[in-house]
Design a protein around this ligand. Structure first.
Ligand SMILES: Cc1cc2nc3c(=O)[nH]c(=O)nc-3n(C[C@H](O)[C@H](O)[C@H](O)COP(=O)(O)O)c2cc1C
Length: 147
């Protein structure tokens, strides 16, 4: 993936009145996205379905956040957190994501996620927090430093 494109710095703002929804199988492979998810991520639903959900992972996200997500789900609990995602054109968008289990007749069948917009102060706060987390974990530093 080429990150040194000008689109990398461009934010897509998530509309207040729309939810971004996706579902995955138990391995994190996308099984469903709504139209808003496709529009915001810059992919078509056909391109997304069947792909691992990390297709939209942004390099600014510390791996500890997703480790916590999966541990929480595997413990049978609902997870909520701030996520910076990467669009198909390498632009980005911030959301607050809630991820939880989908049961059918008492059996765990899928996971679902519903995302809502966050305030610009929260984006700034979490960008700094995630930059620090990656630095402490020895993960890559923020990519814009190298551009
Ligand atoms: C229902 C559901 C929704 C998810 N949504 C996202 C998402 O919007 N962005 C993202 O980067 N990872 C999301 N993940 C986590 C990914 O599966 C993956 O763990 C993450 O992108 C980190 O990639 P990695 O596990 O390959 O390191 C979601 C997982 C589930 C189960």
């Amino acid at each position: 993936m080429e990150y040194n494109r000008s689109e990398f710095l461009i934010e897509t703002v998530v509309p207040e009145d729309e939810l971004i929804i996706s579902r995955t199988d138990l391995q994190g492979i996308i099984t469903y996205v709504n139209e808003t998810f496709a529009a915001i991520s810059g992919y078509t639903s056909e391109e997304l379905i069947g792909k691992p959900h990390n297709v939209i992972r942004h390099p600014d996200m510390p791996s500890a956040v997703f480790k916590d997500l999966w541990q929480t789900l595997q413990a049978g609990k609902k997870w909520g957190g701030y996520v910076k995602n990467m669009r198909s054109d390498t632009g980005f968008y911030w959301v607050y994501a809630e991820v939880s289990a989908v049961y059918k007749e008492g059996e765990l069948v899928e996971y679902k996620s519903i995302r809502t917009p966050i305030r610009s102060e929260e984006k700034l706060e979490y960008q700094k927090r995630y930059d620090a987390m990656r630095r402490e974990a020895g993960e890559r530093e923020r990519i814009v430093k190298y551009m």
